[in-house]
Design a protein around this ligand. Structure first.
Ligand SMILES: Cc1cc2nc3c(=O)[nH]c(=O)nc-3n(C[C@H](O)[C@H](O)[C@H](O)COP(=O)(O)OP(=O)(O)OC[C@H]3O[C@@H](n4cnc5c(N)ncnc54)[C@H](O)[C@@H]3O)c2cc1C
Length: 425
């Protein structure tokens, strides 16, 4: 097999996946002094909010009080960079929605990672792990010029689907009732004079009684002439290769059907056109690792305090139904107050040398409905990156982490770890 010229490189920390969690992890690890490699299968960073065309960073501010910022550290630097670039979205969206322009987001993350000193490789899918007994000691990536083995003291799985944990043999769970999957699309040439609320109300009215499966529609306003539509809803197992293909195909068909309904029934969209569909069909829920601790819905509602807290969650239990329900499912009516997430949710129970961040951290199906969103993924990613750097520096297993040292390092990097530390927007 052809080997890459980069084959055999050694790092302190390798982060797999440059989505919300992975970008934050690589930034945190590099800033903590670790030689850090970030591997991403696509040609840009940002993950689902960018490639999946969501274009918002929910749960960076509390859904219960949108004036309360609950994720700091990398998220703060990212929003500052976006603001400087002019890449933050209009304020004509609900208060809890932090929207952005995807192309500016790609540049903002590149700049932050370069400045922090992380090495990034795009078009670098991770296809396997290097193991010593039950310890992950590196990964294999398929690069443009051939395969490469990269070694590291600690690996962070930020692939969204816990792919690295899966390759390593770590135990994971997949709920029987997975959340519905959506293919976002963007419309251009939206008529002027319609604010976000008018557009969303009209779109929801238009889809009512259409006889097809759909959610929302939820409308994110990107600028005066462009909106992102969150509405298609396909159901199936995203990890089955054949089913995944069918899901992608069906979602694109549904996009056209929904667009045609909206174009015919919403006057503001009569002359609109499809600017683009998402690069990637992403999923709301797939694997969740079996961690040393599993966060529950009860922990969220009781705002349980954890000795090893490393991040805050702040989004409702938002589960997109698969039972035929269409339109807007109830979820934002009573969002939880910000709640703590413990480090142990990032530590796989059965494998060492590995931390898992973002969507697949160890939670129940219901708790995952809240923790899965980008803001919380930024926070758990940041924590995983700093923890990996500390583990690499000290030559210790992530599960043996002194979490008071981790918390101190995270706070030094601006992370917010407890509800009383949340700051005004
Ligand atoms: C359809 C949909 C709609 C959503 N809507 C909203 C919304 O409106 N508001 C909101 O706030 N949140 C929304 N979310 C949730 C949110 O976007 C994601 O759950 C969140 O981005 C998860 O972050 P992550 O970093 O764990 O994963 P991701 O952002 O998905 O990042 C994973 C990254 O890993 C890369 N990767 C995967 N496998 C490999 C590999 N083997 N090697 C290298 N790289 C790899 C991927 O390319 C990607 O860049 C939505 C999610 C979906 C799917």
């Amino acid at each position: 097999m052809q080997r890459s010229r980069l084959d055999g490189q050694i790092y302190d920390v390798i982060v797999c996946g440059a989505g919300c969690a992975g970008s934050a992890a690589a930034w945190g690890a590099a800033k903590a002094g670790a030689r850090t490699l970030l591997l991403e299968r696509l040609g840009f960073a940002g993950g689902t909010p960018v490639a999946g065309m969501i274009h918002t960073l929910d749960a960076v501010v509390s859904c219960a009080d949108s004036n309360q910022v609950v994720v700091g550290g990398f998220a703060t630097s990212l929003l500052d960079e976006l603001r400087d670039l002019g890449g933050l979205g209009t304020s004509d969206n609900p208060g809890e929605v932090v929207s952005f322009h995807p192309e500016y987001m790609k540049v903002a993350i590149d700049r932050l990672l370069t400045h922090a000193g992380a090495v990034t490789l795009y078009r670098a899918p991770v296809v396997g792990v290097l193991m010593q007994d039950s310890r992950v000691v590196g990964v294999e990536a398929a690069l443009m010029d051939g395969r490469a083995h990269f070694s590291a003291s600690c690996v962070v799985d930020a692939t969204g689907d816990a792919e690295i944990a899966h390759y390593s043999g770590a135990r994971w769970q997949q709920s029987e009732e997975l959340q519905a999957i959506t293919y976002h699309f963007r419309l251009g040439n939206v008529a002027r004079g319609w604010d976000w609320k008018m557009l969303e109300d009209a779109a929801q009215k238009a889809m009512h009684g259409s006889g097809m499966r759909y959610g929302g529609p939820w409308v994110i306003r990107l600028n005066e002439y462009e909106v992102s539509i969150n509405s298609t809803r396909v159901i199936g197992n995203p990890l089955d290769p054949e089913e995944r293909t069918r899901l992608e195909q069906n979602a694109r068909e549904d996009m056209l059907t929904i667009y045609n309904v909206l174009r015919q029934k919403v006057p503001a969209l009569a002359d609109s056109y499809i600017l683009a569909g998402a690069t990637d069909l992403h999923v709301r829920e797939s694997r969740k690792i079996e961690g040393v601790y599993t966060l529950t819905e009860e922990d969220i509602w009781s705002r349980r305090s954890f000795e090893d807290k490393i991040a805050l969650g702040a989004w409702p239990i938002d589960i997109h139904p698969t039972n035929g329900f269409v339109g807007v499912h109830p979820h934002k009516e009573s969002p939880p107050d910000p709640y703590e997430i413990p480090y142990r949710c990032l530590v796989p129970r059965s494998v060492d040398g590995l931390l898992v961040a973002g969507r697949p951290i160890s939670t129940t199906h219901r708790a995952h409905g809240s923790t899965r969103v980008p803001g919380t993924s930024l926070a758990t990613g940041h924590a995983a990156g700093v923890a990996a750097a500390i583990a690499a520096r000290g030559g210790i297993a992530p599960r043996k982490m002194d979490t008071s040292i981790l918390q101190q390092s995270l706070r030094e990097q601006g992370a917010i770890l407890s509800p009383d530390a949340a700051v005004a927007r």
